[in-house]
Design a protein around this ligand. Structure first.
Ligand code: IPD
Length: 290
C-alpha cells in the first residue's frame, strides 16, 4: 500500500475535503427540487440515482480536477479517473439517496482521499476525509494523525476556531449498545440481513437504520451511536467515515483486519470485538458474515 503523504500535504488535503464536502452538501440541500427526479436505477429497482446525485458528483469531480489534477477519482455515480500521484479521491455525492428522494433529513456528502487501490477491498486506506451533514448544518473532518472534528457549515461560522473534537462512546456492554446498521437494495441480500437481525436485536439496546452509512460512521465518531455494522457497503460509503471513527479513538474492522463489502464494523475499542463476533460468529459454514 502507498505511504501516507507528508504532514503539510495532509493538512491541505483535509482542508480541501472539508471545502468540497461543504460545497456539495450545501448544493444538494439548498438546491433540492420539490420533486426529486430519478435518473436511473442500479442493483435493483429501489436502488435509485437522482439527477442531483449526478450533479453533485459532477461538481465534486470538477473541483477535484481543478485543485488536484494529478490525483485519481472514484465516484459512486461512475466518476473514474486514474491518477499519477498515488492519491485517489473517493466520493459519494449523496449518501442516503432514498432519504433524499423522500425528503427525510438524513443524507450526506462523503469525500475522502485514500492511498492504495480503492477498488480492491483491503488494499487501501483513507488519509484525509470529510462528511457533510447539511440537514444538521455540520461538516465532520479528519486527517490521519490529526484527530476528528466537526464544524458548523454556515459560511459566517466556517472557521477552525469553532471546531469541536469528536470522540467515540466509551460503552463496552453489548447489551447497552445502540447499534446503527443498514441493508442492501437486493431482495435476497435483505432476506439474509433480516435473518441476522433476529439474532442481533435481542442482544443490543436497540438498532437504528438511519439510511446513510456515512452518517452512521460519523455518529460512531461523535459518540451519538455506540457502534455500526453492515455488509455490502462500497468504498464510497465507507472511506470518509472510516477515518473519522479511527481519528475519534475508535476501530473499524471487517471479517479480518480491513473493513469492506463482506463486513464493516465500527465502534469504540471495547465494543468492536463483541459486535464483530455478533455478526460473524455464526454456525453456518457457508457464510462468514451477512
Ligand atoms: C446506501 C446508504 C445506506 C446503506 C446502503 C448504501 P446510497 O448508500 O449508505 O445507509 O445501508 O448499503 O448503499 O445508495 O444512499 O448512496
Amino acid at each position: 500500500m502507498d505511504h501516507v503523504p507528508d504532514p503539510e500535504l495532509l493538512v491541505e488535503l483535509e482542508r480541501l475535503c472539508t471545502e468540497l464536502a461543504f460545497r456539495a452538501g450545501r448544493f444538494i440541500h439548498d438546491e433540492r427540487p420539490g420533486h426529486v427526479r430519478v435518473a436511473d436505477t442500479k442493483s435493483s429497482e429501489t436502488d435509485v440515482v437522482t439527477i442531483m446525485d449526478r450533479r453533485s458528483e459532477q461538481l465534486l469531480h470538477d473541483l477535484v480536477r481543478q485543485a488536484r489534477p494529478e490525483d485519481g477519482i472514484l465516484g459512486e455515480e461512475g466518476a473514474h479517473v486514474s491518477g499519477r500521484s498515488g492519491l485517489t479521491w473517493v466520493i459519494d455525492p449523496i449518501d442516503g439517496t432514498v432519504n433524499y428522494l423522500y425528503d427525510i433529513p438524513a443524507y450526506a456528502v462523503s469525500v475522502a482521499v485514500v492511498v492504495g487501490d480503492p477498488e480492491t477491498p483491503g488494499a487501501w486506506r483513507p488519509v484525509a476525509a470529510a462528511v457533510s451533514d447539511p440537514c444538521r448544518g455540520v461538516v465532520h473532518h479528519a486527517r490521519r494523525g490529526g484527530g476528528a472534528w466537526t464544524r458548523p457549515d454556515r459560511p459566517d461560522e466556517h472557521d477552525t476556531g469553532r471546531d469541536r473534537r469528536l470522540a467515540v462512546s466509551a460503552e463496552a456492554r453489548l447489551g447497552r449498545a445502540l447499534l446503527a446498521t443498514g441493508f442492501g437494495y437486493e431482495a435476497q441480500v435483505r432476506a439474509r440481513q433480516a435473518e441476522v437481525l433476529r439474532e442481533v436485536l435481542p442482544r443490543v439496546r436497540d438498532i437504528r437504520r438511519i439510511g446513510s452509512a456515512a452518517l452512521d460512521l460519523a455518529r460512531v465518531a461523535e459518540g451519538t451511536v455506540d457502534a455500526y455494522a453492515e455488509s455490502g457497503i462500497n468504498a464510497w460509503d465507507l472511506a470518509a467515515g472510516w477515518l473519522l471513527v479511527e481519528e475519534a479513538g475508535g476501530r473499524v474492522v471487517g471479517v479480518g483486519e480491513h473493513p469492506g463489502p463482506s463486513l464493516t464494523v465500527a465502534a469504540g475499542p471495547a465494543l468492536v470485538e463483541p459486535v464483530r463476533t455478533l455478526f460473524t460468529g455464526r454456525t453456518d459454514p457457508d457464510r462468514d458474515a451477512w
